[in-house]
Design a protein around this ligand. Structure first.
Ligand code: F6R
Length: 241
């Protein structure tokens, strides 16, 4: 496991550089986390793309997860996030963007379709991941099986509370379910870039990287992966230092 700890203002630059270095080709399959942490990394990639320094227009993008029950057009959906913050700024055509279909009438079937889709495109080259304050990885909440695959999950109260900031602070508007790639699914990515920023992640990060590999801390499964790079700011690294 490679670790880079940076001052907060260098976080986006360090993460974008690490990502670009990890890409195997100009047309990689990029697994993307949503949420707050990677936003500035995607913005940095968008800047580099506009300046002509990088060209990711040939990339394929695969999301980790999606809320169940939001329309794909809903601005809170991860479908909208991936389109507006990643695909459009990087010039990636919509045919190369894959997000679980959270508005499907049959979310369980949509989850199976998504698991198969990842296999059909040959898997993920580099997976960008974040970590929840409760140690979740994608929406694999504490208690998730280490060999889980893409499926419908119930979001924990803590996750709904944490994510209420994206819903105007209204926890009751945060969906109760999501489709998430499983821990085994994520583990099949050839390389993983784990991003952690802020003090709220310090306990979870330490438990994930130092504690036992166990369902209680889903991100601990990353210890079993042979190619993980961690980019953390000093606050998130606080319990490791
Ligand atoms: C989102 C995802 C989540 C987030 C995690 C951290 O696609 O998979 O696991 O990475 O909840 O979110 P932020 O970055 O908002 O703190």
């Amino acid at each position: 496991m490679r670790v880079t700890v940076v001052d907060d203002e260098m976080f986006a630059t360090a993460a974008a550089t690490a990502l670009l270095e990890a890409l195997p080709s100009a047309a990689p399959t990029l697994g993307v986390a949503t949420g707050e942490t990677p936003m500035r990394v995607y913005a940095e990639l968008g800047c580099r793309s506009r300046r002509g320094e990088v060209d990711l227009s040939g990339a394929r993008v695969i999301a980790l997860d999606e809320y169940v029950g939001l329309d794909a057009g809903d601005p809170h959906s991860y479908t909208a996030y991936v389109r507006t913050r990643i695909a459009d700024p990087l010039g990636i055509p919509s045919a190369n963007v894959h997000v679980p279909q959270g508005d499907s009438a049959d979310p369980a079937a949509a989850a199976e379709v998504f698991e198969q889709r990842i296999a059909d495109v040959g898997g993920v080259d580099v997976q960008i991941a974040g970590i929840g304050s409760n140690g979740h990885l994608a929406f694999n909440e504490p208690g998730s099986a280490l060999d889980s695959t893409t499926r419908v999950v119930e979001l924990s109260q803590q996750t709904r509370h944490d994510n209420a900031r994206f819903f105007g602070g209204r926890v009751e508007e945060v969906p109760r379910q999501a489709i998430t790639q499983g821990l085994a699914t994520i583990g099949r990515a050839r390389s993983i870039l784990l991003l952690a920023a802020g003090r709220a992640k310090a306990d979870a990060l330490a438990a994930a990287l130092r504690g036992p590999v166990a369902p209680g801390v889903p991100a601990s499964v990353l210890q079993r992966h042979g190619d993980v790079t961690v980019i953390a700011d000093r606050a998130a690294w606080g319990r490791m230092a």
